[in-house]
Design a protein around this ligand. Structure first.
Ligand SMILES: Cc1cc2nc3c(=O)[nH]c(=O)nc-3n(C[C@H](O)[C@H](O)[C@H](O)COP(=O)(O)O)c2cc1C
Length: 171
């Protein structure tokens, strides 16, 4: 059983979550930024981390998944918007839709603090609900996340995904 944990991360949140997920794996494993992954041959499971951009998966993640073909993939998603907001409802389904031909075995998501200029830019967004979100206070933009509980969740999620694949191989 060999697992690749790879990630896209601009400001470090998803990298931190990916590192926590990596630490939760017991079998053979690699941890690499997406730019350093040439192919996914030889991995039984890929944990792919990315930040939500424009309410879905960034293009780099979509291209990676497409290239990976029919691989078993689990997603590690970080996002600025609190999961409780109505506008968040479509975000994870949008990310999961990017899985394409891959076998999506699970999705973990948590908030990740937005870079400070982002809410200022979003105040000019064409959609009213985005402007309203931008005007909310810091905790609505993920301040303090990923926190200890988010990272513990990522560790447990990775262990669960690994166990799921191992159990499937035994049966
Ligand atoms: C250009 C850009 C677009 C973003 N779009 C969204 C979005 O649509 N929804 C959301 O919840 N967060 C959005 N965010 C916030 C990030 O997804 C979040 O802060 C994430 O944790 C950043 O991860 P990173 O530090 O690994 O880059 C956006 C951030 C940037 C910079």
């Amino acid at each position: 059983m060999k697992t690749l944990v790879t990630y896209i991360s601009r400001s470090g949140n998803t990298r931190t979550v990916a590192e926590a997920a990596y630490s939760g794996l017991e079998g053979s494993k690699d941890l690499r930024p997406i730019e350093e992954v040439e192919d996914v041959e030889g991995y039984d499971l890929v944990l792919l981390g990315f930040p939500v951009v424009g309410e879905g998966a960034p293009g780099k993640a979509r291209r990676f998944i497409k290239k990976a073909g029919r691989k078993r993939i689990a997603l590690l998603v970080t996002h600025g918007m609190p999961a409780e907001m109505d506008a968040f409802a479509d975000v994870i389904p949008n990310c999961q839709a990017a899985a394409g031909a891959a076998e999506l075995v699970g999705t973990y998501h948590c908030q990740g603090a937005m870079v400070s200029w982002m809410p200022k830019v979003l105040r000019l967004h064409p959609y009213g609900y985005v402007r309203r979100w931008a005007r909310m206070n810091g905790s609505s933009h993920g301040a303090g996340h990923p926190d200890g509980a988010d990272l513990e969740g990522a560790r447990a999620f990775a262990a669960e995904m690994e166990a799921k694949i191992v159990a499937g191989e035994r049966s």
